[in-house]
Design a protein around this ligand. Sequence first.
Ligand SMILES: [Zn+2]
Length: 316
Amino acid sequence: MVRLAAGTAAAFLLLLVTLIAAVTSTVAALTASGGNGSAPSQAALADIPADYLTLYQRAAPLCPGLDWAVLAAIGKVETDHGRLDAPGVRDGENFAGAGGPMQFLAPTFDSVVTEHPLPPGGATPPSRYHPHDAIHAAAFYLCDSGARHGDFRSAIFAYNHADWYVSKVLAQAEDYRATASTPATSPNGWVVPVQGRCTSGFGPREGDIHRGQDLAAPIGTPILAAHDGTIINAGPASGYGLWVRIEHADGTITTYGHNHRNHVTAGQVVRAGQPIAEVGNRGESTGAHLHFQIEEGGHPVDPIGFYNEHGVRLCP
Ligand SMILES: [Zn+2]
């Protein structure tokens, strides 16, 4: 739900400060990654009512950085796309004063639609209970809260101030996005760490050597362990911002850099596919992405070639 009016004035000020800081630190993030154009997955097509899917896909492009799947994921988590049989979904309000499919508080909805006139197709005057109006207003609200700059984590946190909520929405969005039809896991246990767009590749770059492959994805996207192994480093690292390094049984080391946050500590044993961190924009980074590096015998190798040899495509 949108809890803007539910907190105290102090909490609101803190939120503003947080948003300003988040926006400042991520101005360059995700200008081209993520996007609004990802196709719906089979799961999305099966779960989202067609009229709602159309609304999410039409409303998201109003915000240059917003992915329709994030908008749809909020609609899912809030009210199951308006299907939830509970007070405050079709009419009235829930205990916190939220109403409509996107669970807006009345003052928040009013301020959003005052600032951003909604496109035609909804109620007159706009209503938070009308799916068209609620979904478009949610897109504008997320945009103002950080999504414009690709900072989905701050935007979703503004929607409902809870880390579990942010994680739930991001996981749902991931489920709604179609991924490459090629397998993301190889028969010998190598997993694609992030379903993202391959940007800067391995090799010479600006008079230096780029030691890994960059995978652009929104801040907060789960980073998965590429293979079974043991965490040998997890924490701040020069240039990498925040990193995780995993040593695998054959001595291969995988490195995950620019992380927004880590979920593991050194010494921990992890399994292939286990979430170990979240995509971020820390360190020497000019946009939200994972820097993914593989070392064999102490020497970095091209991750795309390495994955090809292991029967799995790193890049969609
Ligand atoms: Zn890189």
